[in-house]
Design a protein around this ligand. Structure first.
Ligand code: GLU
Length: 389
């Protein structure tokens, strides 16, 4: 475990900013606060750190401008609010950063931009180019077109994907939560604050609970999910409160925050991408023998697959499910779903006779496979039909 160190000693930092920090539901954008964080960003940049911002607030700002009543919004209302809010949000960032002679570039991502490899590589190239020219990418989910099935829904996990995508070594999640406690502090007076989390164990996950504030989607749950994505790729994470002005300076000066250590053995970039996929296209249910073989670092052969679910194409990410019905691994599948079904349970030597051509011996090759263990929580958030933002 590398030790906790100054923000300015990281190479590339992704800062995620929660809606409640940027937007007051009565008065709109919190301009003074925005100016204060922009000057913190300028200080980091002059120390040689690449800075990327994942900014929430489009929906919250849009609904304030449009004077929508409080409470949950319908999907199309939140899309309209995002359209109105995002344009104002981007302008505010651009203007505030320009005071320190920093150029901002807006990037709006949808789930597919990080989940489909070609689009992922394309989005990554644009972001890297912005960094190369010294600009600060201001990133948000493209909420105007995202529907409940194809959206992240929370910027915590989006920010973690941006961090792994760009090879950042630190992710800072700023919201109205100052860090991780052993239990929800408002419910349990004995809850203890954790300032260093060496690894995200099932015990740490259990502390996360589920609640989110009115203005933002993400509660502690999505922050811990983000932590798994980031730390697994060798990126440290800090959860800190951004409620005061100059929140980054405050972290430097030792304000309370939780620091999550990066994993010592980060998987390769390709495997990080596979493991971080939020919506696998299908499931391969495997038998005991195959489960053991995967544990030994072997490929998944058709003979070890019992059942297939979903419609997927060759090259898509699938979840590999063990005999206890839990996901144990993820990988890029070598066959389309229909072909995969035909060779399920069969020997690799039979593939040519069944399909009429000699395909790959493995259903998922070990180079395309990453063990995700029992650590992953539910991946799909189809229940997100209304949006609190
Ligand atoms: N993308 C949403 C917005 O900008 C925020 C999502 C979140 O709060 O995590 O309004």
């Amino acid at each position: 475990m590398t030790a906790r160190k100054a923000l300015s000693s990281y190479r590339r930092v992704v800062i995620k900013i929660g809606s409640a920090l940027l937007v007051d539901r009565k008065t709109g954008l919190k301009a003074a606060w925005l100016d204060s964080i922009c000057s913190d960003i300028a200080a980091l940049k002059s120390a040689g750190v690449d800075v990327l911002v994942v900014s929430s607030g489009a929906i919250a700002l849009g609904r304030t401008v449009l004077d929508f009543p409080s409470g949950a919004l319908k999907l199309e209302e939140s899309q309209a609010a995002a359209a109105v809010g995002q344009i104002a949000l981007a302008r505010a960032w651009s203007e505030s950063l320009s005071r320190d002679r920093i150029v901002a570039g807006q990037i709006l991502l949808t789930l597919g931009d990080t989940e489909e490899r070609r689009r992922y590589l394309n989005a990554r190239a644009t972001i890297k180019q912005l960094l190369k020219i010294g600009a600060v990418p201001i990133i948000n989910e493209n909420d105007t077109v995202a529907t409940s099935e194809i959206r992240y829904g929370d910027n915590d996990r989006l920010a973690a994907r941006v961090a792994t995508m760009t090879g950042a070594d630190l992710l800072v999640l700023l919201s109205d939560i100052d860090g991780l406690y052993t239990a929800p502090p408002h419910l349990d007076p004995d809850a203890k604050f954790l300032d260093v989390i060496p690894a995200i164990t099932p015990e740490i996950e259990a502390m996360a609970g589920g609640a989110a504030s009115e203005l933002s989607r993400g509660g502690m749950r999505t922050k811990i999910d983000a932590g798994k994505i980031a730390t697994g790729a060798g990126c440290a994470m800090i959860i800190a409160s951004g409620k005061t002005d100059h929140p980054l300076q405050a972290i430097e000066q030792g304000t309370r925050s939780s620091w999550f250590a990066p994993s010592e053995m980060p998987v390769t970039a390709r495997k990080t991408w596979i493991a971080g996929q939020l919506q696998p296209a299908g499931e391969l249910h495997i038998d005991d023998g195959a489960e053991k073989a995967l544990g030994l670092g072997k490929s998944l052969l058709p003979a070890g697959v019992r059942r297939i679910e979903g419609h997927f194409h060759r090259g898509d990410t699938v979840a590999i499910i063990g005999t206890d019905h839990h996901e144990i691994a993820r990988g890029l599948v070598s066959y389309d779903a229909e072909e995969a079904r035909q060779i399920t349970g069969r020997k690799s030597s039979e593939i040519e006779a069944i399909l009429g051509y000699a395909g790959r011996a493995a259903m998922v090759h070990r180079g395309d496979l990453v063990m995700t263990g029992g650590l992953r929580s539910k991946v799909n958030r189809k229940e997100d039909v209304v949006h609190a933002g």
